[in-house]
Design a protein. Structure first.
Length: 121
């Protein structure tokens, strides 16, 4: 027996947004430990790209048409890939262990793909 979820009333009800928001919070915490000279470099870039993921999911939620909704969510996917690269870079620069954050990125990616698939149906 398949359980039906109640339709989301707000972007905050979306599990994909919740996990993306958790990713942003974790990125902010981790990037706070980056070297001071990265304040206007990698720190700012990774924070901007990760917050863009959650922001685009929120924006896409309110879009009416399927095509428009999917376009905005595809932008979120792009920002997620950018965030992933920044985590790889931070790890390679030895700014901290980014493995757990990369796992969060992978989870958001799977959820975002599932959400987009559900919209296409």
């Amino acid at each position: 027996m398949k359980m039906e979820r109640e339709p989301a009333k707000s972007f905050k009800d979306l599990i994909v947004w919740q996990r993306a928001h958790e990713l942003v919070l974790a990125v902010y915490r981790a990037s706070g430990a980056f070297p001071k000279e990265e304040q206007y470099g990698l720190t700012q870039q990774i924070r901007r790209s990760s917050s863009s993921v959650a922001a685009n999911i929120a924006e896409g939620f309110k879009k009416r048409g399927e095509k428009d909704k999917l376009r905005i969510l595809n932008i979120a996917q792009g920002s997620l890939s950018e965030t992933h690269y920044h985590l790889v870079l931070a790890n390679d620069l030895r700014y901290g262990e980014m493995g757990l954050l990369e796992e969060k990125v992978e989870e958001v990616s799977r959820l975002l793909e599932s959400y987009m698939k559900a919209i296409r149906k």
